[in-house]
Design a protein around this ligand. Structure first.
Ligand SMILES: Cc1cc2nc3c(=O)[nH]c(=O)nc-3n(C[C@H](O)[C@H](O)[C@H](O)COP(=O)(O)O)c2cc1C
Length: 237
């Protein structure tokens, strides 16, 4: 486990022969699936995971129940090498030459999975707002694959798994933001320049009592999609 005193520097990890998964959660109830996702991806011995949570996401992991452990407990999961909150960006007062956390995390990551993606973070991401650690990583993402090309084999993708109340999902602003994520930034056969993959929500009875679309895709399916992208087999190291 990494000491939180030493500023994180991607350079020191580039030759560790691991696949670097940056796993982020924003403030949706589906954050309670973060431990499951981390555990499943961490089963692969060649996967290193660093977790980012927004302030709201952390509120879902304060030890309130068995399925909602304290966030820090996730550091015990094999493969989870660090957990970051917004404060970590400013932990040491920066001086010239020091690493900058959101840039280092971008450099380090072979993939970023945002699961869940809250309505708020979706809105900010699509507008380019960068007022927390996760959004700063997203804003600094190497969308062309050219910035980090000297040490990465392929352009890293951002997977996002929206999760929100059905009315939030049905809101017209969601359609506009989804169009940015899918039609403008999305990876598909017609768009080599894409760098985002949207893992569509599903219909079910939501935690808030409403029934309809907006629930995060089943975490097993999310893990399977990321495993396929990073080239590890489900259930094997
Ligand atoms: C108990 C509770 C559950 C919430 N669930 C969701 C949710 O599932 N999806 C969502 O988009 N927002 C949800 N919210 C609202 C977000 O937490 C809120 O918009 C917050 O500002 C998101 O911040 P973030 O995007 O920086 O994490 C919930 C709020 C509370 C109090």
């Amino acid at each position: 486990m990494e000491s939180s005193d030493a500023p994180f520097c991607a350079q020191q990890h580039l030759e560790d022969n691991k696949i670097h998964v940056l796993l982020a959660a924003s403030g949706s109830v589906a954050t309670i699936k973060l431990p499951n996702i981390a555990q499943a991806l961490g089963r692969h011995s060649n996967v290193s995971i660093r977790i980012i949570v927004t302030k709201s996401a952390e509120k879902f992991l304060t030890g309130q129940s068995l399925e909602q452990p304290v966030l820090e407990d996730l550091r015990q999961i094999p493969g989870v090498d660090a957990i970051y909150r917004d404060e970590d960006e400013w932990e040491n007062s920066w001086t010239r030459g020091e690493p900058i956390l959101h840039i280092e995390l971008r450099k380090w990551a072979h993939v970023l999975l945002v699961a869940p993606l809250s309505a708020n973070t979706m809105a900010k991401m699509t507008m380019g707002i960068a007022d927390n650690l996760l959004l700063s990583v997203l804003r600094a993402w190497d969308t062309t694959g050219t910035v980090d090309a000297s040490f990465k084999d392929k352009k890293p993708l951002v997977f996002v798994a929206p999760a929100m109340n059905t009315a939030m999902w049905n809101h017209p602003i969601t359609t506009k933001q989804l169009a940015i994520l899918k039609d403008e930034w999305g990876v598909n056969a017609d768009n080599n320049e894409g760098w985002v993959s949207v893992l569509h929500p599903i219909e079910k009875s939501l935690a808030c009592g409403d029934t309809g679309n907006g629930a995060m895709l089943d975490w097993n399916d999310i893990v399977g999609i990321v495993e396929q992208y990073i080239g590890v087999n489900k259930g094997h190291g």
